[in-house]
Ligand binder design. Sequence first.
Ligand code: GDP
Length: 452
Amino acid sequence: LKIVILGRPNVGKSTLFNRLVGRKLAIVDDRPGVTRDRRMGEASLGGLAFTLIDTAGLDDAGAATLEGRMRRQTEAAMTEADLCLFMIDARDGVTPIDRHFAALVRRKGKPVILLANKAESRRGAGNVQEAYELGLGEPIPISAEHGEGLDDLYNAILAAFPHEPVEDEAQEEDAREEEPRRPLRLAVIGRPNAGKSTLVNALLSEERMLTGPEAGITRDAIAIDWSFKGRAISLWDTAGLRRKAKVHDALEKLSVADALRAIRFSEVVILVVDAETPFENQDLQIADMVEKEGRAIVIALNKWDVVDNKGAYLKDLQRELDRSLPQLRGVAMIAVSALRRQNLDRLMDAVLDAYRLWNKRIATSALNRWLEEMIERHPPPAPGGRRIKLRYMTQSNARPPTFVVFCSNAKDLPQSYTRYLVNGLRDAFGFLGTPIRLLLRQAKNPYEPKKR
Ligand code: GDP
């Protein structure tokens, strides 16, 4: 496990490095070139052992060359690392250079933990809120110098891993700067007999290109690489879906563990539903699992070839779907026949659309304009005569879209109001069928976001 600490000069990277590695163990790599800026050491935190890379040598660089070196350094270090710790100085708040490099880090698509250092002081604590704007998730306030917040850091490192298999590192190596073209990770899940293996085989049929070496031949291959319309896709092969014999065991059960593994691997999930017996409990249960794991989802309504009166039936099902899965309102449902290979291109187009939405980011200014309108249309309640104020909002993360609303007495805001906001987000910004996270945070009072 390799973890790299990134951030502009003087935010406190070396202090954290020294605390986790210990000065004695640090090896200064003084080969010429980018690596000169880098220190590496074996670190431990709460029993967790990992290699820590510090980019602190940058602190000595002159301002003129700083940006270029920092970019190169950041790129190189990120490529190597499994996880990035992006550090800002909570006392200074978010600076333009922080913003610039946060964008670089986001594009790389590696797991990131955002650290707001020097948060021990009162001044620091107030500015932690700004850090949400960086779009790198929830900032963890720490004090590297005083050793505060390290248990939160520990928990965040643990949490970053079960979801992020690092098996496609080879591909990440040649990810280009502008748009990381890692294969889109896709899983096909559903009840037994819904038609998963038929669908997977149809998707991978000879007209489509298998790009992986000996794809599907190696017994222990977990993911099959192929491509659709030039987009590289890595398809999770749940328990050998593709090779499954045509023989069926009527008692075959849904393996929740298998489904969960597939969901966690994936970025987008195709939930295969049998159109003859649609939306049974298990289907809804799986859909809910996908929502809880925060993945993008598309529903394939399979065996459409045997359905009569298709038009009326589809309308009924659409209604039923919106009623049973309000948490995924607007999710795409595509009627297909895996057996006859019908409508599979539309299904895949929906997968790409869902992926785009799942990655989408909304500018803070647009969000706050929208929030004002929402409040005006329907003001939050005033429990005990004190109206809850929603002060400010920003998108703290994508994949899935995650929003943070800062408000006075956050804990009193009713669920119904949160739902109102989430539904509004779906309509205003087109987040249909995507899991959305809305976090309420207590605004420090008085809190005035900086104008920019
Ligand atoms: P899995 O358990 O979800 O992998 O289901 P399978 O892919 O093995 O399919 C179960 C059964 O449904 C098989 O007999 C398939 O031939 C049949 N099947 C799959 N897709 C379709 C379809 O689009 N139309 C029809 N009519 N039958 C299908």
